[in-house]
Structures are given as C-alpha cells and as structure tokens.
Design a protein around this ligand. Structure first.
Ligand code: SDX
Length: 428
C-alpha cells in the first residue's frame, strides 16, 4: 500500500507520495509540489533534501554504518583491494577473476598521459597547488585521445573508468615531482595500483622506491575508505555537472574543485595544520578545546563533525588502527598522533561535542596515516581525490545511464531588491 504525506496549504490538503528506500529510509516526493501548489521548499545546505535515487552507497549516520553496494566497509577493509572496491562501486558487484584481470590490464595500458600533456607541468610554479593542477589536467585529458572518453556502452565505460583512475595517479605524481624539481617518473606496467602510484611518487632515475607491504596495504586501505560516500559536496557537484550531459572528465574535474575546500576534502590538511600549530605553540589541548568551544576566531576542531554521521564515522576507526599498525611496523611514533589522541579523548568526554554529536570523521586520522607513508601535506587532498574517483565515476555513470534523467536545476527564494529601474549615471 503506497504511503503519502498530507500537506495543508491555504486550506487545501495536498497528498504527497512517500518514497521508501531499500534500507527503509523515507522521503516525501515533492517533484509535483510547485505545479500543484505554487510553493517550493527551502532547505539551506540540503540537509533534509534527497537529490536523487542512488544504488551505490548507503550511510546510516546514527548507527555509523557505511556500505558500498550493500557490503559493509568493515568487510571490505580487511579483505578487498582498492581496485576491486572501485569495480564494486562503479559496476555494482564484486568483479570475477576475468573482470578483475581485464580491469587491471586496462589500468596498466592507460597509465601514461600524452607526452604533450607532460609539458604543461613545466608551466606551473613549484608552489602551484596540486589540486589546481589535478582539476586542470583532468580536464586537459579530454584534449587527448577523445575516443577514450566517448562512453557509449559497457566496454567504453569500463575503458574510460580505468583510464581516468589510472591517469589521475600519473598526473598526481607528476605534479608532486614538478613541485620538488625531480624528473617525472614514467609508469610501469608490472606494478599494482598503490605500488604504481608510490613508484611514480618516490622513485628516482638511479633508484626505484620499494614500499614495504605494510605501506602498500595502508595506501590501499586509505584509497578504499575514500572510494565513495553518497551525496557529499563533491559527489553532488559531479552529478550536477553530469546532469547537463557533460563528459566524465568535466564532471570529475568539478568534483576535484568542490573537494578542495577545508570543510570537505581539504580537512585532512586542516587537521594536520591544527595539530602542528598546537605542537608549535606548545598549547595545552585543554586550551585549544576551550578556544573551539568559545568559537574564538571561528576555529573548529578539524576532522570532527559530519553532516550525516551523528556517531563515529566508521572510516575513522579503521584509519586509526591503520596508523597504529604502520607506525608499529616502522618502529616510529608521531607527536601529532599523540596530540590527536588527546584531543579526541577530551572532545568525547565534553558535553559541548557530545551534545552536538561531533565525532571524529574520516579526516581526523587520515592525514596522520598519509604522513606515515611519506606523502607530503600539499598532496593530502589529492590523495582523497584519487580515492574518491571511483565514487565520482559511479555517480556520473548513474546519471549517464538514466535516459529519463533531467538537468539539475534547483529553484530559489528571491530576497533581492524589487521594482527598480535604470537611472542615468548623472543621477546615481
Ligand atoms: C568530509 O559529506 C560527506 O560525506 C563528506 C565526507 C566524504 O567522505 O565525502 O565525509 C568527507 O568532508 C568530512 C568532513 C570534513 N570536514 C571537517 O572535518 C571540518 C570540520 N567539521 C565541520 O566544519 C562540520 O562538522 C561539517 C562541515 C563537517 C558539517 O557541518 P554541518 O553539518 O553544516 O554542521 P554545522 O556547521 O551546522 O554544526 C552544527 C553545530 C554548530 O554549533 P552551534 O552553532 O549549534 O553552537 O556543531 C558545531 C557548529 O559550530 N560544529 C563544530 C564542528 N562541526 C560542527 N564545532 C567545532 N568543531 C567542529 N568541527
């Protein structure tokens, strides 16, 4: 029996259909609201608004649940690889051996970027933000091998997905090499995804970088945990751009730009900067917490809080353990980790944070893990983008495959001046 919501407006009761998701979420379908009532809804920040139906990722923010295509992140974290998880996110199921091998070949075959593209890096100053380079170069990919990006069927979708996932790695590593004045490292066919990236980041002509298995596993885990996260700011941006039937590259380049902000993917950098400043100033953690609560200078506890999770972000727990494992294997410690642990303990026992349901999110420990892998701070958000690429591709694909899809075009409530007219400059 279909359910509906009654909305009384100006003495008239309107019945609005209720939509139920496969995990029992309930939504009021307002797609006919304006036509039937003349009203629109208003929802600052879209906190209560579903923009689409999607079958990719499910989050239960109250229970701290995250599932990719129905599989809990905890199941994948211990057993799967980033590339296998990417296939799951993009194509909706775990790959068979044949599919996995075919995708791995496509990743290897498409790891180079056009030789003329490599010249662009010479034009960037060493201080150029890698996120600016990443979004620019993802768009630039469309100038080369246009046939690679023309998605018309499953085969071309698979090839484009592999090519983008592979080349984004090459671009990121080349941006890093440019920034430190080292020669860019050409891809190799024989390396798996994470090792291939680390090779292009840290090998030099006279010595190949050899990551430990713990470093490779930690990078795989980092990327997998970032693979998708339903309609977050950057993924919604990808869908917005894709809805105009823009190509995969334009849509994902827009996602990179949205991710860059410190309230979103840039938070992994902001967390480290916060921890570093606490250490540099020798500030007691209690004093920093006091400043946050007093909202002094608008500072926040970066890496804490989430629009959806009102419980622990399941990814932060997994990342925290990965940090412990890598540092233990390296017989190393990180003073910033000690500060992070102290901050977390202080916040989790303070009603200011508990009452606002502020818990560590994915960014609170991810930066410390990246530090332990030797990734430089200015590359942290780029790492988030590399991890999120399968999710962006999957959301682009959902839009692309929907032949009835409409362009995203929200309405607004106009609050500007009314009844104005043009005046000659002499009278202004
Ligand atoms: C990511 O959406 C996703 O899924 C994103 C992501 C993904 O995988 O794609 O999970 C990745 O972006 C994680 C979030 C990374 N950002 C940060 O860590 C930045 C710090 N966090 C905050 O800026 C904030 O928590 C947000 C942006 C994450 C969420 O903001 P909301 O939902 O708009 O919450 P809000 O600003 O309305 O806050 C509600 C209250 C306010 O207090 P009061 O006005 O009621 O007194 O909580 C307070 C806020 O001041 N608050 C914080 C806080 N976050 C919220 N106070 C101190 N420190 C914080 N971090």
């Amino acid at each position: 029996m279909s359910r509906s919501a009654a909305l009384e407006l100006d003495g008239v009761v309107h019945q609005l259909p209720v939509v139920e998701g496969s995990e029992g979420e309930l939504a009021i379908d307002i797609s006919k609201l304006r036509d039937t009532t003349g009203y629109i809804t208003l929802d600052d920040g879209y906190g209560n608004t579903g923009s689409c139906r999607s079958a990719i990722t499910y989050i239960d923010g109250d229970a701290g649940i995250l599932r990719y295509r129905g599989i809990p992140i905890e199941d994948l974290a211990g057993r799967s690889s980033f590339v296998e998880t990417a296939w799951l996110v993009i194509f909706g199921k775990l790959p068979t051996v044949e599919e996995r091998n075919r995708f791995a070949d496509l990743l290897g075959e498409n790891s180079m970027i056009d030789e003329n593209m490599r010249k662009h890096f010479d034009g960037f100053p060493a201080s150029a933000p890698p996120m600016a380079i990443l979004s620019a170069m993802i768009n630039t990919l469309s100038a080369h091998n246009p046939e690679l990006w023309n998605v018309t069927d499953d085969d071309s979708m698979e090839r484009a997905a592999a090519a983008l996932m592979s080349k984004v790695r090459t671009i990121a590593a080349a941006a890093y090499k440019s920034s430190i004045g080292e020669p860019k490292v050409y891809p190799r066919y024989d390396l798996k995804y994470a090792d291939h990236f680390l090779h292009m980041m840290f090998s030099v002509p006279y010595r190949d970088y050899q990551p430990t298995k713990e470093v490779t596993a930690a990078l795989n885990l980092f990327l997998m945990l970032h693979a998708d996260h339903e309609q977050n700011c950057s993924t919604s941006t990808v869908r917005m751009v894709a809805s105009s039937k823009a190509n995969l590259l334009a849509s994902c380049a827009a996602g990179v730009c949205a991710l860059w902000g410190p309230l979103h993917g840039g938070a992994n950098v902001a967390v480290i900067e916060m921890l570093q400043s606490i250490q540099d100033m020798k500030m007691p953690v209690a004093e920093y917490v006091r400043k946050v609560k007093a909202k002094e200078d608008g500072i926040k506890l970066m890496g804490f809080g989430h629009r959806v999770y009102k419980n622990f972000d399941p990814r932060s727990r997994i990342l925290k353990k990965a940090v412990d494992d890598v540092l233990a294997q390296q017989h190393a410690s990180d003073p910033l980790l000690d500060i992070a642990l102290e901050l977390e303990a202080a916040a989790l026992s303070d009603d200011y944070f508990v009452s606002r349901k502020l818990y560590p999110n994915v960014d609170f420990y991810s930066g410390i893990l990246l530090r332990s892998l030797g990734i430089p701070l200015n590359m942290f958000t780029v790492m988030f983008a590399i991890g999120r690429m399968p999710g962006w591709i999957a959301n682009w694909k959902e839009i692309h495959d929907d032949s009835k899809g409409r362009i995203y075009r929200p309405r607004q409530v106009y609050v500007g001046p009314t009844g104005q007219s043009w005046e000659p400059r002499s009278e202004r």
